[in-house]
Design a protein around this ligand. Structure first.
Ligand code: SF4
Length: 331
């Protein structure tokens, strides 16, 4: 009986979304509570194909400046509060040629976009200039899309990045407003919202997502998705916590794979047309179910490793995309 109710409810909400309607908060909550992962995934896949097509965005990252971030995000191995115990290598801004060479290699490997990431609260003037120089060089010599993630940013700097041809600026909300204090005390949720709004105001595309598995409730995962939807994000990365030694979340219980897949699927119902990108934690938590998420709402992947952990090689991910009958920009 429960299954029957679940299936008819999931199909009714699917029809509503396919017809252009918005999912209500209570409906999203009910979707997330289903045990019928199969039907939920199948319906999220229908929504993805209708509103986001069958091209998977394959993005690579360069950690262009690692560690010593003055913020205290409790999941982050790059925070200065934890980075001497987290085992990461800390280094200042990489030389331009190293970054440009990495972008070139990733483009040749089949990536559609390249994100230059620095562990800053906000970019210092002198380093911002060097980063702009680097972006100019990539735009001049390569055709890969360039995205950046530099922490809090002013409107003036965001406009400058836009003028250089940057496509998207990443600034995650990380978790819901009601849980944010539990994971960060050096800045507020509203600081993150402010930067996200600046990104849109500057005419850049907004990449804005978060992390699941920090200890938040299912309801707070829905709250986070609705907050992101209200910011009109173009791309939404969803990370699954990799519990890192030396951080306060080192012993956090892992997310159940079914819960991760359900969260991805329900976020797709909430945001039908975004690039919903599965980022950190996919290899560790989803193991042999990674391909499944591309049929359960996700239409983007971070490939070739993350900021402080390794990941699948690009060629492995490209064949995974192909194996489920989808395409990449290059194919
Ligand atoms: S602001 Fe970013 S880099 Fe800094 S501690 Fe938080 S998550 Fe890590």
């Amino acid at each position: 009986m429960t299954d029957h109710v679940d299936v008819s409810f999931i199909r009714r909400i699917t029809d509503k979304v396919l017809a252009g309607g918005d999912v209500e908060f209570a409906e999203a909550e009910q979707l997330l509570s289903t045990e019928n992962v199969g039907t939920l995934s199948e319906c999220a896949n229908m929504i993805t194909r209708k509103f986001a097509g069958d091209v998977v965005d394959v993005e690579t990252l360069v950690n262009a400046k690692s560690g010593r971030c003055p913020e205290d995000c409790s999941f982050c191995a790059q925070s200065a509060f934890y980075d001497s115990h987290s085992g990461i290598s800390r280094y200042p801004l990489l030389p331009k040629q190293v970054i440009v060479d990495q972008a070139k290699k990733d483009q040749q490997g089949g990536a559609s976009s390249f994100c230059l990431v620095c562990a800053y609260r906000s970019p210092p003037e002198e380093e911002f200039e060097k980063i702009c120089d680097c972006i100019e060089e990539i735009k001049r010599t390569l055709s890969i899309d360039v995205n950046v993630s530099l922490g809090f940013i002013t409107l003036e700097k965001a406009k400058r990045l836009k003028s250089l041809g940057v496509k998207r600026y990443n600034h995650n909300l990380e978790t819901s407003e009601t849980f944010f204090r539990q994971i960060c005390k050096t800045h507020d949720f509203s600081d993150r919202v402010r930067t996200a709004k600046i990104v849109k105001e500057a005419g850049l595309e907004l990449c804005c997502g978060g992390i699941i598995g920090l200890g938040e409730t299912p309801l707070q995962r829905i709250e986070l998705a609705f907050a992101i939807r209200s910011l009109r994000a173009d791309e939404v990365p969803i990370n699954i916590l990799i519990a890192r030694q030396g951080t306060p979340l080192a012993y956090q219980s892992p997310v159940n794979p079914a819960d991760a897949i359900k969260t991805i699927a329900v976020w797709r119902f909430i945001m039908p047309s975004v690039i919903l990108k599965i980022a950190g934690g996919r290899e560790i938590h989803l193991t042999d179910q990674q391909a499944m998420i591309l049929k359960a709402g996700a239409n983007g992947i971070i490939s070739g490793g993350y900021l402080t952990t390794g990941g699948n090689k690009i060629e492995e991910d490209l064949s995974m995309v192909k194996s489920v009958g989808l395409k990449t920009k290059q194919s």
